[in-house]
Design a protein around this ligand. Sequence first.
Ligand SMILES: NC(=O)c1ccc[n+]([C@@H]2O[C@H](COP(=O)([O-])OP(=O)(O)OC[C@H]3O[C@@H](n4cnc5c(N)ncnc54)[C@H](OP(=O)(O)O)[C@@H]3O)[C@@H](O)[C@H]2O)c1
Length: 305
Amino acid sequence: MARILIVGASGLLGINLAMEAMREHKVIGVDRGKLKSAPFQVLEIDLLHRNMIRSVIDATRPEWLINCAALANLEQCEEYPDQARILNAEIPGDLANICTKRNIRFVHISTDAVFDGTKAGTYTEEDEPSPPGIYSQTKLDGERAVEQVNPQAIIARVNFYGWSLGGRRSLAEFFVKNLDEGKNVNGFTDIIFCPMWVNHLNRILIEMLEKNLSGLYHVVGAQVMSKYQFGVEVARTFGLREDLISPKSVLSSGLTAKRSHNLWLSTHKLSTDLRHEIPSVSTGLAEFYTQFQQGYPQKIRSYQQ
Ligand SMILES: NC(=O)c1ccc[n+]([C@@H]2O[C@H](COP(=O)([O-])OP(=O)(O)OC[C@H]3O[C@@H](n4cnc5c(N)ncnc54)[C@H](OP(=O)(O)O)[C@@H]3O)[C@@H](O)[C@H]2O)c1
């Protein structure tokens, strides 16, 4: 059993990771006040008060620290570039440095969006990133800040879906909620990506720590599809109407931040080093649906106030 500090424990990844990890490990979450009755210990700090995290780490003495905190909304990053730089680039560097000095294994969560999507085919860890906007640029700067001070860190470029505290953070939740209410929605046909169920991501991150992996990894789903196709898969899994999803171009969406059209990342390095296959999209969606049937979305929402 390891003592794990999860920074950003109220986020889509953080809450699901904490719930998964607490089955076998001692979990301490860090958030800025959203979590009120979570079934694991929670410490409240605003990461923008840069010195406070050091005292939290010294007080809790984790063996593993997983940084899930970020400014992860692309439009907000364009609007508040300074905040994006601090949260996505500078704070990860601070955390990585503190962990190096205290011999704590550090995992930093990055993004598939570091690539501009102009390559035909898959992106490997060897491909040179070319971030298209403030979010992706600051996330790439975060990777580099971490690598520089903590070469043993795991840096995971991810893309995932799951149930969130607010009920609207992930693309899968968007489709379920709107289709369930009988609403028409758009699905982008010109963005391809590799979605992974958040619990598969959680299990893989823990396995990577247990197997003592380090360095940069693409930790995304094993299959590539358009966001439209993903919506259709979600609708079919939940028995909802797929004809309510209109195939559209992201260029007609009104979203202001520039987005990459190809987020097809290779998981070859990951599956080779883990010595097993990455779970399929259909397995992830089936489990996501089982969580829904078992009332998991309501359960995690009850942890916030
Ligand atoms: N979702 C995806 O598919 C996806 C794709 C690619 C990469 N990623 C990366 O995966 C990671 C997790 O993403 P997510 O979707 O879970 O993001 P999220 O739901 O927006 O969660 C972000 C977390 O950071 C916390 N945070 C933000 N500013 C903070 C501050 N000043 N002090 C303390 N905590 C602060 C948030 O707290 P509050 O709840 O209080 O705001 C929240 O817990 C991020 O690194 C993101 O870049 C996500």
